[in-house]
Structures are given as structure tokens and as C-alpha cells.
Design a protein around this ligand. Sequence first.
Ligand code: F6R
Ligand code: MG
Ligand code: MG
Length: 390
Amino acid sequence: MRHCPPNINQWKGENKIEKIEKKITLSVIKADVGGFVGHSGVHPELLKKACEELDASPLLIDHHVTYVGDDINLILTHELGCNSGEIGRLARNTLSACTEVAKKLKLCGAGQDLLSDAFAGNIKGLGPGVAEMEIEERKSETVIILMADKTKPGAWNLPLYKIFADPFNTTSLIIDPSMHCGFNFEVYDLAENKKINFAAPEEIYDMLVFIGAPGRFVIKSVYHRGTSEIAAVSSAQPLYRVAGRYVGKDDPVCIVRCQTGYPSLGEVLEAFSHPHLVAGWLRGSHTGPLLPVEVKDAHPVRFDGPPRVIALGFQLAGGKLVGPQDMFADPAFDNARQVALDIADYMRRMGPFEPHRLHLDEMEYTTMPQVMRKLKERFIDLPEDKETGT
Ligand code: F6R
Ligand code: MG
Ligand code: MG
């Protein structure tokens, strides 16, 4: 299938997408290694420890350490490519050092995302979430890093769709010649451990059949169709069974490139102006609105939530992270926040009823097997329906 208009150069915006030779890898690695207080935040001592460990590493060009809720987020730049064992080991050691601090302070769930002792060099498949892209830095490389707590990677499906496929969010899809040919979406089927690519705009009806079910089908990455360059990558990963339970799926991160050939910064953030409902919240077993907040408000406490998202913007300069700008520290998002809080009130009134409480298959916590076992004998067969014979 042809993925671009005949005169590809016309749409590439050749003179707009300027590159320099050096390849830079931007890796965002996150883990919950202990909450303060409860599961609501990260203790400053852990952030300090993470910075010290990263400062001491010769592998990195630059780093920035931040948090959302109880998750530490390591934003790293280097030249070692994606899936680097050395970077994985550095992140692992850093998070282990933070775990030691968390244990000393008896923080909530100390070390909970570092379950496997048999570390093979690649951090994927363990508890921490990873989103990374290797890029040739453009003349001006604008990136936004989205980080969320109390939700799952499927939470990015709707905003990524809006950013890269919906012209009512991203007018540039219509008016910018360098984006007019659209984007390719790589979608993971987490249940079957498979992936599939869709070309937008032609295949959006087919794609929406899948990504509209974000508990199972998750957008992993997005590519520019003119240049085949990466545009966005999330921390979606196949589910791994470690220590008797599935790990590596919670509290996602996502890297999005912006400007000159990609959606503008404002078009990326605009996707969060309508707070959509996501799975997560208390005990990972509820539905609630995704609240866009600045970092200082990234402490989910009401009913352990509602789920929230932060957005840090950087300009990359030879791999140096120039920034961050705290993108949701903008009163223009106050309305979205108010809507999210109103939705939270509405949903909370449903208590343990679906759809506030997640469907039985999606809940992280359940007492169903025990209660069913206890009451099994009290269930009696209904009489057969005489007319249909069923
Ligand atoms: C959800 C979350 C919290 C905890 C809840 C129970 O992602 O972090 O809602 O699940 O506070 O925590 P524990 O299991 O420590 O009692
Ligand atoms: Mg947690
Ligand atoms: Mg968390």
C-alpha cells in the first residue's frame, strides 16, 4: 500500500525537517519503589538519591529526575540506543539505591516494582516502565514527556489518537504540508502478545475498533508517514508474570516530539483539555477522569486519585535537556481540571458499582473467588423456562 502522496518531497517539508548527524536516545524509565505518604507521592530523599546515582554515571549526556504520584521518573539522554543493557543496569541500580532509602524510611510498598532478582541486563519485562526513542536531533528538537499515575498505558490511546489522527484536535494535519500525509500507529495486543500497524487517516475506522478497548489494545508508537521517523512512544509492554502476578503495566509514560513536521506543542497538550475516563484510581480497580496537573499537584490523594497526568517540555540541544517547562502550569487548563473534578464527584457516588468500579476482568484487587467459595452452596438453580425449554 502506498502510504504517501506521489510527490513525497512536497509533503516531507524537506527544508523544514533539518537534522544533525549525531543520534541521541531519550529514555524515560519509571518505577514505584516506595510511596510517601501511602501511595500518594515520592519522598524527597528518594529523588535526591536518584539524582546522585545518575550524576555519578559516565553513560549519560544528561538527566532529569521527577515524579508523579508514587512513581519516580528518570528522564535520560545518551548515545547507547534503545534497549541498552548498560542504561537498563544504570536505571535498575539507581532504583535499587532508592529502594534502600525507601526501606530505611519504611515507605509504603518499598521496592514494589523491582521484583525480579535475576536481572538480565534489559530492564524491559521487569516492573519498571520504559519509553524510549533514538532520534537524529533536528535543528530544534521539542519534546513533551507525559507521565501519569493511578492508571495504565491504554490511557494514552485517546490522546495519541487525537494528537496524530484527529484534525479537530490537530489542525496541522490539514494545514501543514509536512504533516498532511498522516501518521502510522503501532498497536500492541497485550492479551495475545501481538502487534499491528495502522495508517491514519485511511484506516482509522479499523484502528478505532481496537484502540477503543484500551485495556487490551494499546498504542506503542507513532511514526511520521513521510519520513518514517518516530513521533511518539509509550511505555506499553507485553504483560509479564513475575512473582505470581502481572507487572510492568501501570502508571504509564509517553514521549511525544513536537513542532516542524510534528504536531505543535499546543496540539499535543490540547488532547488533555477534555479529561477522558481511564482505568486505575484506587487499588487499580476503578474508572476515573485523567486530571492534568502541574508537578506540584501531582499527589493523588482523593480516593487515592483521581488519576493524574503531568507534562514536562524540553528542548534537546546535543542531548542536553534544556528545561523542563511544566506544561500544565497554565490557567488555560483550569476548566479541564474543574470538569475532571466534577466527573470525579459524579463517578464516586456510584461507589462499588460498575462502571466506576472496573469490570470484574480488569480489577487489580478482588475478593470474588473467596466470597464465591463461601457462598457456593447457597446458590440454587433457577427453574427451567417452560416455553423455550432453556
Ligand atoms: C493504586 C494505588 C493505591 C493502592 C491502595 C492500597 O495504584 O497505588 O490505590 O492500591 O492504597 O494500597 P495497599 O495495597 O498498600 O494497601
Ligand atoms: Mg503505586
Ligand atoms: Mg503509581
